[in-house]
Design a binder for this molecule. Sequence first.
Ligand code: PLP
Length: 273
Amino acid sequence: MRIWLDGGLRDLESAHVSVFDHGLTVGDGVFETVKAVDGRPFALTRHLDRLTRSARGLGLPDPDHAEVREACAAVLEANPMPLGRLRITYTGGHGPLGSDRGEHGPTLVVAVGATTRRPDTTAVITVPWTRNERGALTGLKTTSYAENVVALARAHEHGASEALFGNTVGQLCEGTGSNVFVVLGGEIHTPPVASGCLPGITRALAVEWTGAKETDLPLDALSRADEIFLTSTLRDVQAVHRVDDRELPGAPGPVTAKAMRIFDERAGEDLDP
Ligand code: PLP
């Protein structure tokens, strides 16, 4: 496998990052996961804009979009695959053993791995831990993902592929790597960004394309919803057939199935040439 590190393509075995890189020592970094279909990245401009917003949120210098685009193209060309997940990682770079940043400047890594289309439906659990809707990192896609790792492991223990968080005021928020939508009385609702969720790119497209409303939702919306679905770069729109002990027979229901169809039809529009 060939990856991009600090200005050029390298073999994975010879691509080395400092053991004092702050992405490793203090989780000081931001990232994007971008879907690539037949070597073409999906919605790359939106991902680059969010990468910049996340970097600014951490006080990192703006990433060079031209370099990241070049890196994505080079990595995709060097590693052909029908469905890939590009991973763009941008960290605070080599620094002292503490939280202060060094003089070295950021590290940029772009890699790609093969992936497969996700099943149409999945099971989810809720977890008792909360997202902080008012934290310094709220809404930023940082590499500090350990909380998601823990929640996802719990989901797997329960035969589920995703764990959903509420926020500190008891509202529904998001999953470890996805946004959540509920269908109530025929209308589609998703928590607003103020709930503390990541402003997902698939979420934004789903809101645009389905007319879903951004609504503060109590956690028990999950027990009342007629249908529930998740959105993310790698799931697209995925119906939920079980949430904790509640089965949703017939998932995907009609509203979710329509959202999936719209997404399948329109997703090609936003592929970079
Ligand atoms: N929420 C979190 C915490 C995520 O990590 C992700 C994606 O990884 C999402 C939501 C979905 O965002 P997107 O649709 O941009 O993949």
